[in-house]
Design a protein around this ligand. Structure first.
Ligand code: DQA
Length: 140
């Protein structure tokens, strides 16, 4: 099986200290170590950027290389036609993940430009959402 790419967007580099009552107290790098132990055969890779164009460049560069992309686009979820077009333009399956339940929060978080072009969406299960997405991709 090809590797799986976890792609995190803006402000997700601050996990652990950013609004811990919403996003928890664990850094993503610590959680990523746990994920690799949970899925030793999955060949997980992780990238994070605060820049829309960088995220788009990485989406384009993944073509053919990954079994799937687990994408938390952060606030770009609610604003970015460019990222939606980028996902639509590649054949790699993309799973949209949100740590918080975006539908329980402010109304501007209820719309996702990305959901219609993703294979599925996981929202509201904390960091476990990434684990659920890996399970969905590897089919076990
Ligand atoms: C988020 C939800 C977004 O609305 C927010 O802008 C984020 C994080 C989440 O993981 O819950 O940055 O994607």
């Amino acid at each position: 099986m090809k590797p799986i790419l976890i792609l995190n967007g803006p402000n997700l580099n601050l996990l652990g200290s950013r609004e811990p009552e919403i996003y928890g107290q664990q850094t993503f790098l610590d959680f990523f170590e746990e994920l690799k132990e949970l899925f030793p055969d999955a060949m997980l890779e992780y990238k994070q950027s605060n820049h829309e164009g960088q995220l788009l460049d990485w989406l384009h560069a993944t073509e053919g290389q990954y079994a799937g992309i687990i994408f938390n686009a952060g606030a770009y979820t609610h604003t970015s036609v460019a990222l939606a077009d980028g996902i639509a333009g590649i054949t790699t399956p993309v799973i949209e993940v949100h740590i918080s339940n975006v539908h329980k929060r402010e109304s501007f978080r209820h719309h996702s430009f990305l959901s219609p072009v993703c294979q599925g969406t996981i929202s509201g299960f904390g960091l476990t959402g990434y684990q659920l997405a890996i399970t969905a991709l590897i089919g076990s």
